[in-house]
Design a protein around this ligand. Structure first.
Ligand code: HEM
Length: 127
């Protein structure tokens, strides 16, 4: 239909864009002394889950939910102590990955707003 808006998933070019974003993000997590201890030694599955979740969230196929079930992200993060230091480190890497991507300025801003909100929501440990 002529006036149908593309989803963010479509606008950025689909899965390859999300794979690049998350490669950039996890390469930074991999060398971060605050965050690295929280993650498994092998980040292959972590990368794949995050790509699937974000692609689905921004309007792509629901592959993540088919493989992993309902996201329930706060519950899935409960085993990890996440305070403001962890949140700030996580958000810093994600914002950097969004910034260096080739998405439109308006899409970048929508994503950054979302990641700020979602990462604050994930805090489960006062510092
Ligand atoms: C606030 C700081 C955050 C920290 C320190 C953090 C840390 C972690 C850790 C340690 C894992 C488990 C390892 C793994 O399976 O990858 C994980 C999983 C995950 N995180 Fe986060 N996370 C944060 C915020 C977020 C946010 C804001 C989102 C979404 C916007 C998110 C999405 C996910 C997803 C989709 C998974 C995989 C869940 C699954 O098992 O299917 N995380 N996170």
């Amino acid at each position: 239909m002529a006036n149908q808006q593309p989803t963010v998933f479509e606008a950025v070019g689909g899965w390859p864009w999300f794979v690049s974003l998350i490669d950039e993000f996890y390469d930074r997590v991999d060398t971060d002394s605050v965050l690295r201890p929280l993650y498994p030694e092998d980040l292959t599955d972590s990368r794949q889950h995050m790509v699937g979740f974000l692609g689905q969230y921004w309007g792509g196929p629901d592959t993540y939910s088919q493989q992993r079930g309902h996201p329930r992200l706060r519950m899935r993060h409960a085993p990890f102590a996440i305070g403001s230091a962890e949140r700030d480190a996580w958000l810093g890497h994600m914002v950097a990955a969004v910034e260096i991507s080739n998405a439109d300025v308006e899409i970048k801003q929508r994503m950054i707003d979302y990641f700020e909100m979602a990462s604050t929501h994930m805090i489960n440990t006062p510092q």
